[in-house]
Ligand binder design. Structure first.
Ligand code: DUC
Ligand code: ZN
Ligand code: ZN
Ligand code: ZN
Length: 486
């Protein structure tokens, strides 16, 4: 049974045009005028865009003494209801000596029976030893070409500079891309103790202890370490001008550095942490914290100018009961907020309808750039013959008021509560199947497929200062000892 989408305007990252789309099975078969198929999907007065890709989620993640309550089923259900057809979740090994492969198996075991969207994984490096060095190759062999490093969460997930440099160098050799959570974990830990000692125990202490300076310092350090290792780097949840500035500077020098703001940091204000209602403020505790309007403006400017490429959610959702683990001590409030369902409608409403970004830039930031950076383009992120038929028929006139009462997420609140959005999916289509239709879920848990991502052939050629400065000094050495790519 073929399907044809008729009457809509295709919005791709590079252009906007009118055409029908013919879907045969799971892929796009043809794009053009007057196409004929067995079933017609009406896109009159709508845009047709590539399905969203959220490159940053933490579903059912064990973290800070509890486990994120959003499951792979509820989280991916939330995703498709908001136009997102692929999520990339972070696999966390069991401690600094934990096996990467065992963790990957555990995540796969949890995800596979539940997912309604397609999914992929990033691997976290939370320690360093011979086995981790070896297992990284096997992880790449299993279709995971990205390794995340936490510079914060001292005593838990944090890696030190020597470990990060070793892992980045290994990524360069494997053709993998390192990702970084950039906050200076030592300074954060010191500031947490200072504010607790001063009697600041509420959620505002979370924001005070993680100022933009700790993020800017760590972003710059990660970029310099990546350059020393000769590998590109991707900075997750860029929340402030200090971090954005480090990324702009590196890009201007020719380094392949990518920056990912979250929809929360683009739209929600640090004032939220001063709400008199403890629950209200604690529900918004995430790292990095929300910032002021000047930082938000910097992030929007990055999206329109291209110095920031991607918009994600870092969806890591805890219930109010879980947040209350931190009553009396803000350092124990589980860090994380949700956004999977709302990322595209909120970004469209606050970005496109206001003229801050164009519809094409919206597609780039929510899908195409992500697929390219993660090396799954044009299987994902594209409307081209042969691409997976992951599509969203987007009704730019459809409105709703965001509310926990009507959401797919199983959390008992929503950080965007009361926000009015204009622009919502009419249909979400995943590999040719209509999974979301006019407000109704049509998907069966377990239908989602794992998306394998190959290593990057060009990854270790993405050098700037490194190639110029280091290579001449190494040319007389034994070629076997030379870094890959020289
Ligand atoms: N930040 C969060 O807020 N939650 C999960 C992990 C992270 O880095
Ligand atoms: Zn993080
Ligand atoms: Zn985070
Ligand atoms: Zn995260």
């Amino acid at each position: 049974m073929s399907k044809v989408i008729k009457g809509g305007t295709i919005v791709a990252a590079d252009r906007t045009y009118e055409a029908d789309i013919l879907i045969e099975g799971e892929t796009i078969a043809a794009i053009g005028p007057n196409l004929v198929g067995d079933e017609v999907i009406d896109a009159t007065d709508a845009f047709i865009m590539p399905g969203g890709i959220d490159p940053h989620t933490h579903l059912q993640m064990p973290f800070m003494g509890t486990t994120a309550a959003e499951t792979f089923e509820s989280g991916t259900m939330a995703a498709i209801s908001g136009g997102t057809t692929t999520v990339v979740d972070f696999v966390i090994p069991d401690g600094p000596d934990g096996s990467l492969i065992a963790a990957l198996d555990a995540w796969e075991g949890r995800a596979k029976p539940q997912v309604v969207a397609d999914y992929s994984f990033h691997m976290c490096i939370v320690g360093w030893n011979e086995r981790i060095f070896e297992e990284m190759q096997a992880v790449v062999g299993r279709g995971v070409n990205t390794f995340k490093h936490f510079m914060a969460y001292k005593g838990a997930l944090m890696v030190n500079d020597d470990e990060m440099f070793a892992s980045f160098s290994r990524c360069a050799a494997l053709g993998a891309l390192p990702l970084v959570h950039a906050e200076n974990g030592d300074v954060v830990a010191a500031l947490q103790q200072k504010f607790l000692a001063d009697g600041v125990t509420g959620p505002e202490g979370h924001a005070f202890s993680r100022p933009p300076e700790v993020e800017g310092e760590a972003t710059n350090r990660a970029i310099m370490i990546a350059d020393a290792a000769g590998v590109p780097v991707y900075i997750v949840h860029v929340s402030c001008e200090q971090s954005h500035e480090a990324i702009r500077r590196a890009r201007q020098k020719g380094m392949r550095v990518y920056g990912e703001p979250l929809v929360q940091h683009l739209t929600l204000d640090e004032g939220e942490y001063f709400n008199a209602d403890w629950d209200y403020a604690a529900r918004r505790v995430m790292s990095p914290p929300f910032r002021n309007k000047a930082h938000q403006d910097s992030l929007w400017a990055g999206l329109s100018s291209g110095s920031l490429q991607v918009v994600a959610t870092d969806h890591c959702a805890f219930t109010t009961a879980q947040k209350r683990m931190g009553l009396g001590d803000f350092t124990r409030i589980p860090n994380g907020t949700g956004g999977l369902e709302d990322r595209m409608p909120v970004l469209w409403t606050r970005g496109v309808t206001t003229g801050r970004i164009t519809p094409n830039e919206f597609v780039a930031a929510t899908s195409t750039n992500i697929a390219q950076i993660l090396n799954i383009y044009p299987q994902k992120g594209a409307i081209l013959p042969g691409s997976d038929a992951d599509l969203v028929v987007w009704d730019p006139k459809k409105t709703k008021t965001i509310s926990a009462a009507g959401q797919r997420s199983i959390i008992d609140y929503n950080v965007f509560e009361g926000v009015e959005v204009t622009g919502l999916p009419r249909y979400t289509i995943s590999r040719g199947e209509i999974v979301w239709k006019d407000g109704q879920n049509e998907a069966v848990p377990g239908r989602g497929k794992f998306v394998a991502r190959r290593p990057f052939p060009a990854v270790n050629k993405a050098l700037s200062t490194w190639k110029a400065l280091t290579a001449p000094r190494l040319v007389t050495r034994d070629p076997k000892l030379m870094p890959v790519g020289v």
